[in-house]
Design a protein around this ligand. Sequence first.
Ligand code: ATP
Ligand SMILES: Cc1cn([C@H]2C[C@H](O)[C@@H](COP(=O)(O)O)O2)c(=O)[nH]c1=O
Length: 205
Amino acid sequence: MKGLFISFEGPDGAGKTTQIKMLEEYLKNKGYDVVLTREPGGTYISEQIRKVILDVSNENMNYMTEALLYAASRAQHVSEVIKSSIDEGKIVICDRFVDSSVVYQGIGRNLGIDTVEAINKFAIDGCMPHVTFLFKISPEEGIRRKSKQGEKDRLENEKIDFHKRVYKGYEELRDKHVDRIQEIDAEKTIEEIHEDIKKRIDDIL
Ligand SMILES: Nc1ncnc2c1ncn2[C@@H]1O[C@H](COP(=O)(O)OP(=O)(O)OP(=O)(O)O)[C@@H](O)[C@H]1O
Ligand SMILES: Cc1cn([C@H]2C[C@H](O)[C@@H](COP(=O)(O)O)O2)c(=O)[nH]c1=O
């Protein structure tokens, strides 16, 4: 039997990582074989690319370079981890996937959705999440939560206008993929959100 591929998406500081860990625990307790992974990252090579992308000293990185690095990291991740895990019947939970590139690089950086999708066609090799949980939170609240955590990376350091474009970009994507993307109210409490996600996952499984 083929597995299940779930991605979590949303603005910085939305609470995705917090919820992913809770969902992993919930599914493991139910006896499922779960692979928890993230982008950019998830493999030795992809994690090295992550460091380059998020390094605050790389402030003059060209936007196309940035988009290609995310895609390169993804190509390795898909081929080394995601595809094989799904084929082995596992549940793959991924903290961000190609939707992040479409929104952050395509809309946030103004490279265009078509351009970013074209680059990523090679990287994803036909592999898309079965379901995507999109965390809805205002850019201001996301940044506020992130600031409380400490140091910010190169993307998180961007001006509020960039984060506002990202927020609007996710809305656009949600309307385009209503069959796959499920919106989560990320301004609720951690426990309320976990309950919401559990119900949705139980329906899918
Ligand atoms: N529902 C919530 N209400 C208030 N604070 C929250 C909530 N969920 C998470 N947080 C806090 O907000 C901060 C960011 O959470 P988290 O790292 O899970 O977000 P994220 O979406 O993974 O962020 P990023 O994409 O930037 O890595 C953490 O300090 C976390 O404890
Ligand atoms: C996959 C992906 C990510 N980003 C951005 C989104 C975040 O600002 C960082 C990743 O950091 P996180 O703490 O792991 O959320 O990178 C992007 O711009 N494009 C992408 O494809």
